[in-house]
Design a protein around this ligand. Structure first.
Ligand code: F6P
Length: 414
């Protein structure tokens, strides 16, 4: 089997560990390992004609049964800024987005931040025409198994791609782009999703790849800010990422003893959150705190669904409590950098599970998302996880916060 792996959507620490794990597990199980550069965009662009063959050393039969003939060399992204070149095993590959890799290509990747194979939020793949190109490019390389690592949007894309696959193959045959033989070989696409996202916003899994590192990064920043806040007896309002999910904000607040936290899932309920926040901060100051930390999740809003803006929170603290207040937006420092230990372990275990799931897949088994639940690596039907994630965000939009929380955690009690 030929197994390709791609990373998609916003990057997260641990994505390189996913690629490393999928590549090594594929090779160990006797499969060919491929990477797709620049997420779904790379699938749509594919490889220019005539550049597919003769890139790899001829197989050394005398070494068969060892990994020797699979060691193609160290892959390294060219920093030429064009995004169109990729150097691998000493060869510079232009116009190639779907590339076979070997054991050594991914050596040491698990300690690297970001994603070395690139990622994108592809607009083209959202169209059926784009997905038709993607299917053609995969079939051209003989690939019929795909591991997608990304957030809920990317996994939704994976689900659509898989369900549309027979129709795409039929259209490609009608357009004479593929042969009857290729149609027979690619009747269905095996696809598995791994959740790479700092937001930890995917339902039916306890933790997403990259979330622990981002949380760690936020805690470090709050520690740094706290020391300067202490010196000046200041207040700081910190905006953290997370899109529509308050996990990062909530966990960071608990880890660092924040005075007040705003999250989308639980907007302040009283008539005035300004009064509520000021009362809490005032109380803490009264008992001797020299620092004030207020955390605002980027998706936070009040009970009428108006966004809560850090600058406005700052004005409230300054004007009502007379606190010398600053705003810090942590931004992409939360997303970049080396993964923490757990963001190496989780992708390593999930990558191995993903390859097993692909090998065991049949046309009648669902596509799986690999998750972690109660410390066990699990397989969850991708479509169920995608539907449940959407149900949670719809419940938040409808301001039905209790429903949102109980969908995320069936044991949740107010
Ligand atoms: O989904 C990950 C995430 O970092 C969110 O927390 C944030 O809202 C968004 O991506 C930022 O996206 P971009 O890097 O495109 O600005």
């Amino acid at each position: 089997m030929k197994i390709a792996v791609l990373t998609s959507g916003g990057d997260s620490a641990g994505m390189n560990a996913v690629v490393r794990s999928v590549v090594k597990a594929s090779i160990l199980k006797g499969c060919e390992a491929w990477i797709v550069r620049e997420g779904y965009e790379g699938l749509v662009r594919g490889n220019k004609e005539g550049e597919t063959k003769d890139l790899y050393p001829p197989e050394d039969k005398s070494q068969s049964g060892t990994l020797h003939n699979l060691r193609f060399g160290d892959a390294e992204l060219l920093k030429d800024g064009t995004g169109d070149s990729f150097a691998i095993g000493g060869r510079t590959l232009k116009g190639r987005y779907i590339i076979r890799v070997g054991w050594d290509d991914v050596r040491g990747w698990f300690s690297q931040g970001g994603t070395l194979i690139g990622t994108a939020r592809s607009k083209t793949f959202r169209t059926q025409e784009g997905r038709l190109c993607a299917a053609y490019n995969l079939i051209k390389e003989g690939i019929d198994a795909l591991v997608v690592c990304g957030g809920d949007g990317s996994l939704t894309g994976a689900d659509v791609f898989r369900s549309e696959w027979p129709e795409l193959v039929k259209t490609l045959r009608e357009q004479n782009k593929i042969t009857d033989e290729q149609v027979q070989e690619h009747t269905h696409l095996r696809i598995v999703g791994l959740v790479g996202s700092i937001d930890n916003d995917m339902s039916m899994t306890d933790l997403t790849i990259g979330a622990p590192t981002a949380l760690h990064r936020i805690c470090e920043s709050i520690d740094n800010i706290s020391s300067t806040a202490f010196s000046h007896s200041r207040a700081f309002v910190l905006e953290v990422m997370g899109r529509h999910c308050g996990w990062l904000a909530l966990q960071a607040g608990v880890s660092c003893g924040a005075d007040f936290i705003f999250i989308p899932e639980r907007p302040p309920t009283g008539d005035s959150w300004e009064d509520e926040m000021c009362a809490a901060v005032h109380r803490h100051r009264e008992i001797g705190k020299r620092t004030t930390i207020v955390i605002v999740a980027e998706g936070a809003h009040d009970k009428t669904l108006q966004p809560i803006k850090p600058d406005y929170v700052k004005d409230v603290l300054t004007e009502r409590l007379g606190l010398d207040t600053r705003v810090t937006t942590l931004g992409h420092t939360q997303r970049g950098g080396r993964p923490c230990a757990f963001d190496r372990i989780l992708p390593t275990l999930q990558g191995m599970q993903a390859v097993d799931a692909l090998l065991e897949a049949t046309p009648s088994t669902p596509s799986y998302m690999i998750g972690i639940q109660e410390n066990k690596i699990t397989r969850i039907p991708l479509v169920e996880a995608v539907v449940m994630t959407k149900a949670v965000s719809d419940a938040i939009k409808e301001r039905n916060f209790e429903k949102a929380m109980s969908l995320r955690d069936p044991e949740f009690r107010e």
